[in-house]
Design a protein around this ligand. Structure first.
Ligand SMILES: Cc1cc2nc3c(=O)[nH]c(=O)nc-3n(C[C@H](O)[C@H](O)[C@H](O)COP(=O)(O)OP(=O)(O)OC[C@H]3O[C@@H](n4cnc5c(N)ncnc54)[C@H](O)[C@@H]3O)c2cc1C
Length: 314
């Protein structure tokens, strides 16, 4: 049987969930299909956590600011360290009052899922076999199999591919339409989450002859730190003691101390830039990582994903 909706959304990441929320505020109905479970989406560490002022303002304006305001850490600048010195950049002073907020992507996803479910939205987790079809017609089709094994077809006025870099929507566009610009970088980041209060009030970006290091944070109790490593590096070669020693070595400054603690997660993250264009074929639209990837050095992808769907919803 074929159902109807106005907008079919593939992917319950930040882009898909926020799009569904923004459409609902305009009285437009949607269905979101997601191939992972709700628990998986809410626990998935996407590592992102730096929100630009525009993103924070958007979330507040659409009723999603409560926990963000209570738990987010507002920063008015960053430290840049090089040649043995640490310099503070005052964003508020330099940009006419702008700031950034530290609030993890996982928390945004939890807030969005809670808001959508409270509003009675149709959110289908654990789907399989997602397909988009009839893309050359005025009412494209979204097909999926739900968690109970029932196959569904939904006729849509438009479909939004918010299914990330590995999703199916980009590849569903007609062959030859999408042009890709891509660049891989000859280094990766080794990232850790550690159960220790941050040793700094604002982020430290450190340039060092042995490679870059970044000290950031998630909460007043949880630190996040990164080390630049070769792109083919093996995480097995980095026991916790070696990670802390190297972080100390690259972040060292007389009179300043890096506190260490238990490492709760660690991973090697490759660096890639990727842009697919156009982001639209008739009534199929791409948004967020489905269309573009910025390396995590930029702390930008989540902010871009949210900016995309703000434009798309309008
Ligand atoms: C180390 C690191 C640090 C980062 N730091 C920052 C930061 O500080 N600030 C920032 O702005 N960004 C940051 N980013 C980037 C940010 O995490 C991503 O840009 C963001 O997740 C994009 O959101 P999205 O909704 O477009 O895609 P995703 O989060 O990838 O969501 C896509 C969803 O679609 C689902 N899906 C996929 N295929 C299907 C299918 N066939 N059917 C149904 N569902 C499907 C997936 O399961 C997923 O839930 C960072 C990234 C990394 C790796």
């Amino acid at each position: 049987m074929t159902a109807r909706t106005q907008v079919g959304i593939v992917g319950a990441g930040p882009a898909g969930l926020l799009l569904s929320h923004l459409l609902a505020l305009r009285g437009i109905d949607s269905i979101v299909v997601e191939n992972r479970s709700r628990a998986y989406c809410e626990a998935r560490q996407r590592w992102a956590g730096l929100l630009e002022a525009g993103t924070t303002e958007l979330l507040r304006a659409v009723g999603l600011g409560k926990r963000l305001d209570a738990e987010g850490l507002e920063h008015g600048g960053i430290y840049l360290q090089f040649a043995g010195e640490r310099h503070h950049l005052d964003f508020r002073d330099l940009t006419g009052g702008r700031w950034v907020t530290i609030y993890a992507q996982t928390e945004i996803v939890k807030d969005l899922i809670a808001a959508r479910l409270a509003a009675g939205a149709q959110l289908e987790f654990e789907v399989s076999g997602t397909e988009v079809a009839d893309l050359d017609q005025d009412r494209p089709l979204l097909r999926y199999t739900d968690a109970a094994g029932t196959r569904h077809e939904v006729r849509c006025d438009a479909i939004a591919g918010c299914d990330g870099f590995h999703g199916i929507c980009r590849d569903s566009m007609p062959p030859g339409l999408v042009q890709v610009a891509e660049r891989g970088y000859p280094y990766s980041w080794l990232g850790i989450l550690a159960a220790v209060p941050p040793s700094t009030d604002e982020l430290i970006y450190s340039r060092h002859q042995d490679g870059f290091a970044l000290h950031t944070m998630r909460t007043p109790q949880v630190s996040r730190l990164y080390l630049q490593v070769p792109s083919d590096e093996d995480i097995e070669r980095w026991p916790d003691d070696r990670i802390w020693a190297e972080l100390r070595h690259r972040l060292v400054l007389p009179g300043w101390e890096l506190k260490d603690g238990p490492i709760t997660e660690k991973a090697i993250l490759p660096m890639r830039s990727f842009v697919a264009s156009p982001m639209r074929y008739r009534r199929l639209f791409l948004a967020g990582d489905a269309a573009h990837i910025v390396p995590p050095t930029g702390a930008k992808g989540l902010n871009l994903a949210m900016a995309d769907v703000t434009v798309l919803a309008t």
